[in-house]
Ligand binder design. Sequence first.
Ligand SMILES: [Zn+2]
Ligand SMILES: [Zn+2]
Length: 469
Amino acid sequence: MTNTAITSDLHTWTPGARAEPSVRIGVILESDGYKKIDLVTPDEVCLITQGTQGDGGGAVDRPIPSGTAIHIERTDEGLTLRTAECSIGPVDRLRVDPQEIASSPPGSGILVRNVVAGRGFHWQKQADQTLAGSLEFVAAPGGIVMVNQLPMEDYLVGVITAEMGSACPVEFLKAQCVVARSWLLAMTEPKHHDEPFDRCNDDCCQRYQGTGDMSQSAIDAVRGTRGLALIDPNGKVLDANYAKSCGGISELAEHVWGQPKPGINAIVDAPTDDPVQRFMPVTEDNLDTFLDGDWLSNTRAFCSTHIVPVETISQYLGRVDEIDDYFRWTVNYTRAELESLLRDKLPQAAGLVELRDLRVLSRGVSGRAIQVELKWNEQDGSEVVHLLDNEYRIREVLHRGFLYSSAFAARIQRNSDEKFISITLRGAGWGHGAGLCQIGALGMGLTGHDVDAICGHYYPQATIEAVYP
Ligand SMILES: [Zn+2]
Ligand SMILES: [Zn+2]
């Protein structure tokens, strides 16, 4: 793909522009603490420097031949740049602009050494990446910020190949692409407000790893949906949330973020004659059967293991936490284990001596707990009641890493004195559960549904429209 008319950037983009925006992606962040970055230019690039210290600003514009190794360093005064031929700086900002934005074939673009992937997670590692488009370097107090600016459609190829395996059915990739494009164009989530980019390159926003893993099916999926976005019932681009697995029923936005969102509805993630239909909504009364009933042996729910077998998920969804059954799962804690977890995760639980109770007070329609009450005794015998009051907080506190979802039944085992001995969380799904269910959408793709059917299923009030040609 090569660059066509890019007339606006994402921050100022409106559907009225009828043009593809460029996006600015933070690839190396200040928090990564990089003091040096090494690059190799593929083709002739143009080097632009700004804010040269000592001369009161201004720009220097100079061509650099292809195959040049560039070393960028953060010093106390700003950024310096060195090649075998030249040395410039210190400056506040540097920009490396390719003559042409060539994002195919795979591996094209500027080579950047040792980029962080999986930031903050246990699989964090460093790898070389090739990035199409231009690179901008900003001297931030904590290190160098590297921003990759490129056209939206080229960016989406890098998202689809980083989030999804190339074995995925193309109609699923198309749906993922329409959803990712819509989420990005809607730009409603307050992330990275004070940073010099729109979105970062990691799970915090959407995964993006450049052109290195590009596949033909990803390129086809992006080309086949060029400019297509979901439009909500108010006529705006849908803020198209998605999550890994709903567990059979998706969740309402008000139970995840505290307020409804136009076009985000709760749906049953299965054909209309499937046994899971009778659990909508999940309540305390039907929860146990929803989580463990006989119906599970013959459901055709799209995210169930009958449609997407556990052992195949990694080949479709790329990197996953660990291979596991995300549709139904179990976590066990002894009282001591859970007490230690609460002391570590909850500042209010520093003085916890004996955990007495854990109760779910309210749930969303997918069974996701949205209020969990904890009771414990302190050293002086006083009782503390603490409320975890949203699904994110519940998942964050009740696991060393992150609990798959808050759609669980809590069963406490007590001894003859009614003392808390251990607890079992039997749960469904992975993630907040609102919007498209990625494993379910994959299941729909595997069973012959096309992009329109997949998007229509998860966002029944939304339409798909071309927002730019
Ligand atoms: Zn982010
Ligand atoms: Zn699902």
